[in-house]
Design a protein around this ligand. Structure first.
Ligand code: XMP
Length: 514
Protein backbone atom coordinates (compact mmCIF):
# COMPACT_ATOMS: atom_id res chain seq x y z
CA UNK A 1 0.00 0.00 0.00
CA UNK A 2 0.99 3.57 -0.70
CA UNK A 3 0.37 6.64 1.41
CA UNK A 4 -0.35 9.89 -0.40
CA UNK A 5 0.24 12.98 1.70
CA UNK A 6 -2.01 15.73 0.40
CA UNK A 7 -0.83 19.33 0.27
CA UNK A 8 -4.06 20.51 -1.31
CA UNK A 9 -3.53 20.05 -5.04
CA UNK A 10 -6.62 20.01 -7.26
CA UNK A 11 -5.39 16.75 -8.73
CA UNK A 12 -4.34 14.72 -5.69
CA UNK A 13 -7.21 12.32 -6.35
CA UNK A 14 -5.76 11.68 -9.77
CA UNK A 15 -2.56 10.44 -8.14
CA UNK A 16 -4.69 8.04 -6.11
CA UNK A 17 -6.48 6.94 -9.20
CA UNK A 18 -3.26 6.20 -11.08
CA UNK A 19 -1.93 4.26 -8.11
CA UNK A 20 -5.14 2.21 -7.97
CA UNK A 21 -4.87 1.62 -11.70
CA UNK A 22 -1.43 0.16 -11.12
CA UNK A 23 -3.11 -2.40 -8.86
CA UNK A 24 -1.94 -0.89 -5.60
CA UNK A 25 -4.09 0.19 -2.66
CA UNK A 26 -3.54 3.74 -1.47
CA UNK A 27 -4.97 6.28 0.90
CA UNK A 28 -4.83 10.04 0.84
CA UNK A 29 -4.20 11.77 4.16
CA UNK A 30 -4.03 15.53 4.65
CA UNK A 31 -0.52 16.75 5.54
CA UNK A 32 -1.62 18.08 8.91
CA UNK A 33 -3.05 14.72 10.01
CA UNK A 34 0.09 12.70 9.25
CA UNK A 35 2.63 11.90 11.96
CA UNK A 36 5.46 9.41 12.25
CA UNK A 37 3.26 7.10 14.27
CA UNK A 38 0.33 7.34 11.88
CA UNK A 39 2.69 6.44 9.04
CA UNK A 40 3.96 3.46 11.01
CA UNK A 41 0.42 2.39 11.78
CA UNK A 42 -0.55 2.59 8.10
CA UNK A 43 2.64 0.73 7.17
CA UNK A 44 3.00 1.86 3.55
CA UNK A 45 5.59 0.57 1.10
CA UNK A 46 6.13 4.08 -0.15
CA UNK A 47 4.91 7.65 0.21
CA UNK A 48 3.88 10.19 -2.43
CA UNK A 49 3.87 13.88 -1.57
CA UNK A 50 1.26 15.71 -3.65
CA UNK A 51 1.36 19.15 -5.19
CA UNK A 52 -0.31 22.07 -3.51
CA UNK A 53 -1.13 25.75 -3.82
CA UNK A 54 1.21 27.09 -1.11
CA UNK A 55 4.77 28.33 -1.54
CA UNK A 56 7.64 26.59 0.24
CA UNK A 57 9.44 29.94 0.26
CA UNK A 58 6.94 31.30 2.76
CA UNK A 59 6.99 30.67 6.49
CA UNK A 60 4.30 28.51 7.99
CA UNK A 61 3.45 26.65 4.80
CA UNK A 62 2.80 22.89 4.91
CA UNK A 63 5.63 20.40 5.37
CA UNK A 64 5.87 16.62 5.48
CA UNK A 65 6.67 15.20 8.93
CA UNK A 66 10.45 15.45 9.09
CA UNK A 67 10.65 11.88 10.51
CA UNK A 68 9.29 10.55 7.21
CA UNK A 69 12.73 11.00 5.65
CA UNK A 70 14.36 8.81 8.29
CA UNK A 71 12.00 5.85 8.06
CA UNK A 72 13.70 4.11 5.14
CA UNK A 73 10.60 4.45 2.95
CA UNK A 74 10.74 5.42 -0.72
CA UNK A 75 9.32 8.91 -1.27
CA UNK A 76 8.13 10.53 -4.48
CA UNK A 77 7.55 14.29 -4.31
CA UNK A 78 5.39 15.85 -7.00
CA UNK A 79 5.56 19.63 -7.64
CA UNK A 80 5.06 21.21 -4.19
CA UNK A 81 5.89 17.78 -2.76
CA UNK A 82 9.24 17.82 -4.53
CA UNK A 83 9.95 21.33 -3.34
CA UNK A 84 9.17 20.68 0.29
CA UNK A 85 11.19 17.46 0.27
CA UNK A 86 14.23 19.23 -1.13
CA UNK A 87 13.87 22.09 1.32
CA UNK A 88 13.38 19.76 4.28
CA UNK A 89 16.49 17.78 3.28
CA UNK A 90 18.77 20.80 3.06
CA UNK A 91 18.28 22.16 -0.47
CA UNK A 92 16.69 25.41 -1.51
CA UNK A 93 13.53 26.50 -3.32
CA UNK A 94 13.06 29.91 -4.86
CA UNK A 95 10.38 31.83 -6.68
CA UNK A 96 11.13 31.58 -10.38
CA UNK A 97 10.88 34.29 -12.98
CA UNK A 98 10.18 31.54 -15.51
CA UNK A 99 6.80 30.23 -14.46
CA UNK A 100 5.55 27.20 -16.34
CA UNK A 101 1.88 26.39 -16.78
CA UNK A 102 0.68 23.73 -19.16
CA UNK A 103 2.57 21.68 -21.69
CA UNK A 104 6.32 21.49 -21.29
CA UNK A 105 9.09 19.15 -22.37
CA UNK A 106 11.36 17.16 -20.15
CA UNK A 107 14.82 16.27 -21.39
CA UNK A 108 15.72 13.03 -19.69
CA UNK A 109 19.38 13.47 -18.83
CA UNK A 110 20.12 10.34 -16.83
CA UNK A 111 18.65 6.94 -15.99
CA UNK A 112 17.22 6.15 -12.56
CA UNK A 113 14.98 3.54 -10.94
CA UNK A 114 11.96 5.81 -11.29
CA UNK A 115 12.37 5.90 -15.05
CA UNK A 116 12.87 2.14 -15.46
CA UNK A 117 11.24 0.94 -18.68
CA UNK A 118 9.54 4.31 -19.00
CA UNK A 119 11.94 7.02 -19.90
CA UNK A 120 15.52 6.59 -21.16
CA UNK A 121 18.31 9.14 -21.04
CA UNK A 122 18.33 11.25 -24.19
CA UNK A 123 14.52 11.19 -24.63
CA UNK A 124 12.36 14.27 -24.77
CA UNK A 125 9.02 13.69 -23.06
CA UNK A 126 5.89 15.79 -22.96
CA UNK A 127 4.93 16.66 -19.38
CA UNK A 128 2.41 18.95 -17.67
CA UNK A 129 3.69 21.71 -15.44
CA UNK A 130 1.99 24.15 -13.13
CA UNK A 131 4.40 26.02 -10.91
CA UNK A 132 5.79 29.40 -9.99
CA UNK A 133 8.47 28.24 -7.52
CA UNK A 134 11.16 25.75 -8.36
CA UNK A 135 14.05 23.91 -6.80
CA UNK A 136 17.10 26.11 -6.90
CA UNK A 137 19.75 24.12 -5.02
CA UNK A 138 19.59 20.35 -4.63
CA UNK A 139 19.67 18.66 -1.26
CA UNK A 140 22.72 16.47 -0.56
CA UNK A 141 22.50 13.01 -2.10
CA UNK A 142 20.28 14.04 -5.05
CA UNK A 143 21.24 14.26 -8.71
CA UNK A 144 19.44 15.67 -11.71
CA UNK A 145 17.81 13.13 -14.05
CA UNK A 146 15.67 15.48 -16.14
CA UNK A 147 15.42 19.16 -16.99
CA UNK A 148 12.94 21.47 -18.68
CA UNK A 149 13.17 25.04 -19.91
CA UNK A 150 11.68 26.48 -16.76
CA UNK A 151 12.90 23.88 -14.24
CA UNK A 152 16.57 22.86 -14.26
CA UNK A 153 15.69 20.32 -11.54
CA UNK A 154 12.52 19.01 -13.21
CA UNK A 155 13.31 15.41 -12.18
CA UNK A 156 15.72 14.46 -9.41
CA UNK A 157 16.76 11.21 -7.80
CA UNK A 158 18.55 9.88 -4.76
CA UNK A 159 18.60 6.17 -5.62
CA UNK A 160 20.39 5.19 -2.41
CA UNK A 161 17.61 6.54 -0.19
CA UNK A 162 14.96 5.93 -2.88
CA UNK A 163 13.84 9.57 -2.85
CA UNK A 164 12.56 11.00 -6.13
CA UNK A 165 11.13 14.33 -7.07
CA UNK A 166 9.43 15.68 -10.17
CA UNK A 167 8.38 19.25 -10.82
CA UNK A 168 5.79 18.16 -13.39
CA UNK A 169 2.52 16.30 -12.79
CA UNK A 170 2.76 12.63 -13.84
CA UNK A 171 -0.83 12.01 -12.68
CA UNK A 172 -2.58 14.04 -15.40
CA UNK A 173 -3.28 12.68 -18.86
CA UNK A 174 -1.38 15.56 -20.43
CA UNK A 175 1.77 13.83 -19.23
CA UNK A 176 1.29 10.91 -21.63
CA UNK A 177 3.72 8.53 -19.90
CA UNK A 178 2.98 9.77 -16.41
CA UNK A 179 0.92 6.74 -15.41
CA UNK A 180 3.84 4.49 -16.36
CA UNK A 181 6.11 6.60 -14.21
CA UNK A 182 3.83 6.24 -11.18
CA UNK A 183 3.65 2.54 -11.84
CA UNK A 184 7.43 2.37 -11.91
CA UNK A 185 7.43 4.06 -8.52
CA UNK A 186 4.85 1.76 -6.92
CA UNK A 187 6.12 -1.45 -8.52
CA UNK A 188 9.85 -1.09 -9.23
CA UNK A 189 10.86 1.33 -6.50
CA UNK A 190 8.45 0.38 -3.71
CA UNK A 191 8.05 -3.27 -4.66
CA UNK A 192 4.24 -3.36 -4.52
CA UNK A 193 2.86 -6.47 -6.15
CA UNK A 194 0.01 -4.84 -8.05
CA UNK A 195 -2.66 -7.34 -7.13
CA UNK A 196 -5.08 -4.93 -5.49
CA UNK A 197 -8.50 -4.82 -7.15
CA UNK A 198 -11.88 -3.18 -7.01
CA UNK A 199 -13.01 -6.16 -4.91
CA UNK A 200 -10.67 -5.00 -2.19
CA UNK A 201 -11.94 -1.44 -2.49
CA UNK A 202 -15.44 -2.80 -2.00
CA UNK A 203 -14.53 -4.56 1.23
CA UNK A 204 -12.81 -1.48 2.59
CA UNK A 205 -15.71 0.78 1.62
CA UNK A 206 -18.14 -1.59 3.34
CA UNK A 207 -16.10 -1.49 6.53
CA UNK A 208 -16.06 2.31 6.43
CA UNK A 209 -19.83 2.52 5.91
CA UNK A 210 -20.46 0.17 8.84
CA UNK A 211 -18.19 2.23 11.06
CA UNK A 212 -19.87 5.48 10.07
CA UNK A 213 -23.47 4.35 10.24
CA UNK A 214 -23.45 1.98 13.20
CA UNK A 215 -27.04 0.98 13.90
CA UNK A 216 -28.46 4.07 12.14
CA UNK A 217 -30.94 4.17 9.35
CA UNK A 218 -29.92 5.26 5.85
CA UNK A 219 -32.05 6.66 3.07
CA UNK A 220 -30.91 6.65 -0.54
CA UNK A 221 -32.57 8.31 -3.51
CA UNK A 222 -32.34 6.23 -6.67
CA UNK A 223 -32.47 8.00 -10.00
CA UNK A 224 -31.98 5.11 -12.39
CA UNK A 225 -28.45 6.37 -13.00
CA UNK A 226 -25.18 4.58 -12.40
CA UNK A 227 -23.93 6.58 -9.42
CA UNK A 228 -26.93 6.27 -7.14
CA UNK A 229 -27.39 2.62 -8.17
CA UNK A 230 -23.83 1.72 -7.19
CA UNK A 231 -24.02 3.73 -3.96
CA UNK A 232 -27.26 1.96 -2.99
CA UNK A 233 -25.96 -1.52 -3.83
CA UNK A 234 -22.79 -0.87 -1.83
CA UNK A 235 -24.58 0.53 1.20
CA UNK A 236 -27.01 -2.36 1.07
CA UNK A 237 -24.18 -4.85 1.07
CA UNK A 238 -22.77 -3.06 4.09
CA UNK A 239 -25.87 -2.65 6.25
CA UNK A 240 -28.71 -4.60 4.61
CA UNK A 241 -32.13 -3.56 5.80
CA UNK A 242 -30.94 -0.47 7.60
CA UNK A 243 -31.11 0.99 4.09
CA UNK A 244 -34.31 2.17 2.45
CA UNK A 245 -34.25 3.43 -1.14
CA UNK A 246 -36.69 5.93 -2.54
CA UNK A 247 -37.32 6.31 -6.25
CA UNK A 248 -39.48 9.16 -7.48
CA UNK A 249 -40.93 8.72 -10.94
CA UNK A 250 -41.45 12.29 -12.09
CA UNK A 251 -42.97 11.18 -15.38
CA UNK A 252 -39.91 12.40 -17.27
CA UNK A 253 -38.07 9.10 -17.37
CA UNK A 254 -37.17 7.15 -20.45
CA UNK A 255 -39.15 4.12 -21.44
CA UNK A 256 -38.90 1.18 -19.05
CA UNK A 257 -36.70 2.98 -16.53
CA UNK A 258 -38.92 2.67 -13.49
CA UNK A 259 -39.56 -1.01 -14.18
CA UNK A 260 -35.84 -1.65 -14.46
CA UNK A 261 -35.13 0.01 -11.13
CA UNK A 262 -37.85 -2.07 -9.49
CA UNK A 263 -36.70 -5.32 -11.00
CA UNK A 264 -33.04 -4.82 -10.15
CA UNK A 265 -33.35 -3.36 -6.66
CA UNK A 266 -36.48 -4.90 -5.28
CA UNK A 267 -36.59 -8.24 -7.06
CA UNK A 268 -32.92 -9.07 -7.51
CA UNK A 269 -31.21 -7.32 -4.63
CA UNK A 270 -34.06 -7.50 -2.19
CA UNK A 271 -33.56 -3.89 -1.19
CA UNK A 272 -36.39 -2.08 0.59
CA UNK A 273 -37.60 0.21 -2.13
CA UNK A 274 -40.30 2.86 -2.09
CA UNK A 275 -41.47 3.82 -5.57
CA UNK A 276 -43.57 6.93 -5.78
CA UNK A 277 -45.40 7.58 -9.02
CA UNK A 278 -45.73 11.33 -9.11
CA UNK A 279 -46.04 12.09 -12.81
CA UNK A 280 -49.30 14.03 -12.46
CA UNK A 281 -47.81 16.22 -9.79
CA UNK A 282 -44.73 17.09 -11.86
CA UNK A 283 -46.46 17.44 -15.20
CA UNK A 284 -49.14 19.70 -13.71
CA UNK A 285 -46.48 21.90 -12.13
CA UNK A 286 -44.62 22.14 -15.43
CA UNK A 287 -47.70 22.95 -17.46
CA UNK A 288 -47.13 25.71 -19.99
CA UNK A 289 -43.55 26.33 -18.81
CA UNK A 290 -40.91 26.95 -21.48
CA UNK A 291 -38.03 28.47 -19.51
CA UNK A 292 -35.26 25.88 -18.93
CA UNK A 293 -34.18 27.21 -15.56
CA UNK A 294 -37.76 27.37 -14.28
CA UNK A 295 -38.27 23.79 -15.47
CA UNK A 296 -35.17 22.66 -13.57
CA UNK A 297 -36.09 24.56 -10.40
CA UNK A 298 -39.68 23.33 -10.44
CA UNK A 299 -38.58 19.73 -10.83
CA UNK A 300 -35.82 20.05 -8.21
CA UNK A 301 -38.10 21.61 -5.63
CA UNK A 302 -40.92 19.11 -6.15
CA UNK A 303 -38.45 16.26 -6.01
CA UNK A 304 -37.31 17.37 -2.57
CA UNK A 305 -40.89 17.78 -1.37
CA UNK A 306 -41.90 14.33 -2.55
CA UNK A 307 -38.73 12.73 -1.24
CA UNK A 308 -39.26 14.31 2.15
CA UNK A 309 -42.86 13.17 2.23
CA UNK A 310 -41.84 9.59 1.52
CA UNK A 311 -39.05 9.77 4.07
CA UNK A 312 -41.51 10.91 6.73
CA UNK A 313 -43.88 8.08 5.87
CA UNK A 314 -41.22 5.53 6.69
CA UNK A 315 -40.25 7.32 9.89
CA UNK A 316 -37.19 9.30 8.79
CA UNK A 317 -33.53 8.38 8.78
CA UNK A 318 -30.20 9.41 10.28
CA UNK A 319 -28.19 9.36 7.08
CA UNK A 320 -28.64 10.14 3.41
CA UNK A 321 -26.51 8.07 1.03
CA UNK A 322 -25.48 9.84 -2.15
CA UNK A 323 -23.53 8.74 -5.19
CA UNK A 324 -21.32 11.83 -5.26
CA UNK A 325 -18.26 11.19 -7.42
CA UNK A 326 -14.89 12.83 -7.34
CA UNK A 327 -15.55 15.05 -10.39
CA UNK A 328 -18.65 16.40 -8.59
CA UNK A 329 -16.47 17.18 -5.61
CA UNK A 330 -13.84 19.05 -7.62
CA UNK A 331 -16.43 20.91 -9.60
CA UNK A 332 -18.15 22.20 -6.51
CA UNK A 333 -14.87 23.08 -4.79
CA UNK A 334 -13.29 24.92 -7.68
CA UNK A 335 -16.40 26.80 -8.60
CA UNK A 336 -17.80 27.46 -5.14
CA UNK A 337 -18.07 31.18 -4.63
CA UNK A 338 -16.03 31.79 -7.75
CA UNK A 339 -16.96 34.25 -10.42
CA UNK A 340 -18.27 31.55 -12.75
CA UNK A 341 -21.60 32.09 -14.39
CA UNK A 342 -24.39 29.58 -13.95
CA UNK A 343 -24.93 28.04 -17.36
CA UNK A 344 -27.39 25.50 -16.03
CA UNK A 345 -28.35 24.57 -12.48
CA UNK A 346 -27.34 20.93 -12.57
CA UNK A 347 -27.62 20.23 -8.89
CA UNK A 348 -31.28 19.63 -8.68
CA UNK A 349 -31.54 18.38 -5.14
CA UNK A 350 -29.08 20.50 -3.19
CA UNK A 351 -30.07 21.34 0.36
CA UNK A 352 -31.90 18.11 1.07
CA UNK A 353 -29.63 16.72 3.82
CA UNK A 354 -29.59 20.02 5.75
CA UNK A 355 -33.31 20.42 5.48
CA UNK A 356 -33.99 16.93 6.76
CA UNK A 357 -31.19 17.00 9.27
CA UNK A 358 -29.45 13.93 7.90
CA UNK A 359 -25.74 13.22 7.77
CA UNK A 360 -24.23 12.28 4.42
CA UNK A 361 -22.84 8.90 3.44
CA UNK A 362 -20.84 9.33 0.25
CA UNK A 363 -18.91 6.13 -0.39
CA UNK A 364 -17.95 7.00 -3.99
CA UNK A 365 -16.36 10.38 -3.29
CA UNK A 366 -12.88 9.23 -4.23
CA UNK A 367 -13.86 7.49 -7.44
CA UNK A 368 -14.15 8.44 -11.07
CA UNK A 369 -17.01 7.33 -13.27
CA UNK A 370 -15.27 4.36 -14.85
CA UNK A 371 -14.12 3.15 -11.43
CA UNK A 372 -17.71 3.40 -10.18
CA UNK A 373 -18.75 1.23 -13.10
CA UNK A 374 -16.16 -1.38 -12.15
CA UNK A 375 -17.37 -1.29 -8.57
CA UNK A 376 -20.96 -1.73 -9.78
CA UNK A 377 -19.92 -4.85 -11.71
CA UNK A 378 -18.15 -6.10 -8.60
CA UNK A 379 -21.42 -5.68 -6.69
CA UNK A 380 -23.30 -7.69 -9.29
CA UNK A 381 -25.30 -4.89 -10.88
CA UNK A 382 -26.34 -5.74 -14.44
CA UNK A 383 -24.31 -4.31 -17.32
CA UNK A 384 -27.42 -2.51 -18.59
CA UNK A 385 -27.29 -0.45 -15.40
CA UNK A 386 -23.57 0.07 -14.78
CA UNK A 387 -22.67 0.75 -18.39
CA UNK A 388 -25.48 3.16 -19.12
CA UNK A 389 -25.07 6.70 -20.35
CA UNK A 390 -25.64 9.59 -17.94
CA UNK A 391 -29.16 10.95 -17.81
CA UNK A 392 -30.00 14.41 -16.43
CA UNK A 393 -32.02 14.78 -13.23
CA UNK A 394 -34.80 16.81 -14.92
CA UNK A 395 -35.07 14.01 -17.47
CA UNK A 396 -36.90 14.44 -20.74
CA UNK A 397 -38.22 17.87 -19.68
CA UNK A 398 -35.02 19.48 -20.93
CA UNK A 399 -35.14 17.53 -24.20
CA UNK A 400 -38.19 19.53 -25.22
CA UNK A 401 -36.40 22.84 -25.62
CA UNK A 402 -38.24 26.14 -25.70
CA UNK A 403 -41.63 24.51 -25.38
CA UNK A 404 -43.93 23.22 -22.67
CA UNK A 405 -43.72 19.60 -21.58
CA UNK A 406 -46.74 17.57 -22.65
CA UNK A 407 -47.55 13.88 -22.41
CA UNK A 408 -47.90 13.70 -26.16
CA UNK A 409 -44.42 15.06 -26.77
CA UNK A 410 -42.91 12.92 -24.03
CA UNK A 411 -44.36 9.88 -25.77
CA UNK A 412 -42.77 10.89 -29.07
CA UNK A 413 -39.39 11.41 -27.39
CA UNK A 414 -39.55 8.04 -25.65
CA UNK A 415 -40.31 6.13 -28.83
CA UNK A 416 -37.59 7.90 -30.81
CA UNK A 417 -35.09 7.38 -27.99
CA UNK A 418 -35.69 3.63 -27.90
CA UNK A 419 -35.11 3.27 -31.65
CA UNK A 420 -32.00 5.44 -31.60
CA UNK A 421 -30.41 3.59 -28.68
CA UNK A 422 -31.36 0.22 -30.12
CA UNK A 423 -29.59 1.06 -33.40
CA UNK A 424 -26.56 2.34 -31.52
CA UNK A 425 -26.38 -0.90 -29.54
CA UNK A 426 -26.82 -3.00 -32.68
CA UNK A 427 -23.97 -1.14 -34.33
CA UNK A 428 -21.79 -1.89 -31.28
CA UNK A 429 -21.30 1.81 -30.58
CA UNK A 430 -22.97 2.25 -27.19
CA UNK A 431 -19.80 2.12 -25.12
CA UNK A 432 -17.88 4.42 -27.46
CA UNK A 433 -20.43 7.16 -26.82
CA UNK A 434 -20.71 9.22 -23.64
CA UNK A 435 -24.35 10.10 -24.16
CA UNK A 436 -26.85 9.76 -26.99
CA UNK A 437 -30.41 11.03 -27.03
CA UNK A 438 -33.16 12.60 -29.05
CA UNK A 439 -34.42 16.17 -28.75
CA UNK A 440 -37.84 17.11 -30.05
CA UNK A 441 -37.85 20.57 -31.57
CA UNK A 442 -40.79 22.96 -31.28
CA UNK A 443 -40.81 23.25 -35.04
CA UNK A 444 -43.01 21.56 -37.59
CA UNK A 445 -41.90 21.00 -41.12
CA UNK A 446 -43.68 19.94 -44.27
CA UNK A 447 -43.13 16.48 -45.68
CA UNK A 448 -44.67 13.97 -47.98
CA UNK A 449 -45.58 10.43 -46.94
CA UNK A 450 -47.39 8.17 -49.37
CA UNK A 451 -49.30 10.60 -51.47
CA UNK A 452 -50.13 12.91 -48.64
CA UNK A 453 -48.70 16.07 -47.19
CA UNK A 454 -47.44 15.91 -43.61
CA UNK A 455 -46.84 18.75 -41.19
CA UNK A 456 -44.98 17.19 -38.28
CA UNK A 457 -42.19 17.78 -35.78
CA UNK A 458 -38.46 17.87 -36.38
CA UNK A 459 -36.39 15.57 -34.17
CA UNK A 460 -32.71 16.23 -33.52
CA UNK A 461 -30.35 13.40 -32.64
CA UNK A 462 -27.36 14.08 -30.41
CA UNK A 463 -24.42 11.80 -29.56
CA UNK A 464 -21.21 12.97 -27.96
CA UNK A 465 -17.89 11.65 -26.78
CA UNK A 466 -16.52 12.99 -23.49
CA UNK A 467 -14.56 11.86 -20.47
CA UNK A 468 -16.30 13.89 -17.79
CA UNK A 469 -19.03 15.83 -19.57
CA UNK A 470 -17.23 19.14 -19.04
CA UNK A 471 -16.15 19.19 -22.67
CA UNK A 472 -17.52 17.07 -25.49
CA UNK A 473 -17.40 16.45 -29.19
CA UNK A 474 -20.08 15.11 -31.48
CA UNK A 475 -19.84 11.44 -32.40
CA UNK A 476 -18.90 10.86 -36.06
CA UNK A 477 -21.54 8.31 -37.10
CA UNK A 478 -21.27 7.14 -40.68
CA UNK A 479 -23.95 8.36 -43.03
CA UNK A 480 -25.49 4.94 -43.60
CA UNK A 481 -26.10 4.65 -39.87
CA UNK A 482 -27.72 8.08 -39.62
CA UNK A 483 -29.87 7.32 -42.66
CA UNK A 484 -31.03 4.05 -41.12
CA UNK A 485 -31.98 5.64 -37.79
CA UNK A 486 -33.76 8.57 -39.46
CA UNK A 487 -35.70 6.22 -41.65
CA UNK A 488 -36.82 4.04 -38.78
CA UNK A 489 -37.85 6.98 -36.62
CA UNK A 490 -39.87 8.66 -39.35
CA UNK A 491 -41.58 5.37 -40.21
CA UNK A 492 -42.22 4.21 -36.67
CA UNK A 493 -42.81 7.36 -34.64
CA UNK A 494 -46.00 9.17 -35.44
CA UNK A 495 -45.61 12.94 -35.25
CA UNK A 496 -42.06 13.15 -36.63
CA UNK A 497 -41.37 13.67 -40.32
CA UNK A 498 -37.81 15.01 -40.30
CA UNK A 499 -34.63 14.01 -38.46
CA UNK A 500 -31.44 16.07 -38.16
CA UNK A 501 -28.09 15.31 -36.52
CA UNK A 502 -26.42 17.79 -34.18
CA UNK A 503 -22.69 18.29 -34.94
CA UNK A 504 -21.92 20.91 -32.29
CA UNK A 505 -19.10 20.40 -29.81
CA UNK A 506 -19.03 21.62 -26.19
CA UNK A 507 -18.01 24.38 -25.96
CA UNK A 508 -19.49 26.33 -27.66
CA UNK A 509 -22.63 24.18 -27.37
CA UNK A 510 -23.64 22.22 -24.28
CA UNK A 511 -24.52 18.54 -24.31
CA UNK A 512 -28.22 19.00 -23.63
CA UNK A 513 -30.11 21.55 -25.68
CA UNK A 514 -31.35 23.44 -22.68
P1 XMP B 1 -24.53 20.10 -20.37
O1 XMP B 1 -25.83 20.15 -21.06
O2 XMP B 1 -24.38 21.11 -19.28
O3 XMP B 1 -24.48 18.67 -19.67
O4 XMP B 1 -23.36 20.14 -21.32
C1 XMP B 1 -23.39 18.08 -19.04
C2 XMP B 1 -23.88 16.81 -18.39
O5 XMP B 1 -24.82 17.12 -17.36
C3 XMP B 1 -26.10 16.58 -17.65
N1 XMP B 1 -27.09 17.59 -17.26
C4 XMP B 1 -27.77 17.57 -16.09
N2 XMP B 1 -27.72 16.68 -15.08
N3 XMP B 1 -29.35 17.96 -13.94
C5 XMP B 1 -28.53 16.88 -14.01
O6 XMP B 1 -28.55 16.08 -13.08
C6 XMP B 1 -29.44 18.90 -14.91
O7 XMP B 1 -30.19 19.86 -14.79
C7 XMP B 1 -28.59 18.68 -16.05
N4 XMP B 1 -28.39 19.38 -17.19
C8 XMP B 1 -27.48 18.68 -17.92
C9 XMP B 1 -26.09 16.29 -19.13
O8 XMP B 1 -27.00 15.25 -19.45
C10 XMP B 1 -24.64 15.89 -19.34
O9 XMP B 1 -24.40 14.56 -18.92
Amino acid sequence: RILIIDFGSQVTQLIARRVRESGVYCEIQPFNAVTESSIRAFDPKGVILSGGPASVTEMGTPRAPQELFGMGLPVLGICYGQQTMVEQLGGRVAASDHREFGRAFLDVTDDCALFQDVWAAGNREQVWMSHGDRVDTLAPGFRIVGTSDGAPFAAIADDARRFYGVQFHPEVTHTPHGAALLRAFTHDVCGCSGDWTMAAFKDQAIARIRAQVGGGRVLCGLSGGVDSAVAAALVHEAIGDQLVCVYVDHGLMRQGETEQVESVFRDRFNIQLVVRHADDLFLDALEGETDPEVKRKTIGKLFIDVFEEEAKKIGGADFLAQGTLYPDVIESVSFAGGPSVTIKSHHNVGGLPERMNMKLVEPLRELFKDEVRDLGRELGLPESMVGRHPFPGPGLAIRLPDQPVTREKLAILRKADVIYLEEIANAGLYDAIWQAFAVLLPVRSVGVMGDGRTHDYVLALRAVTATDGMTADYFPFDHAFLGRVANRIINEVKGVNRVVYDVTSKPPGTIEWE
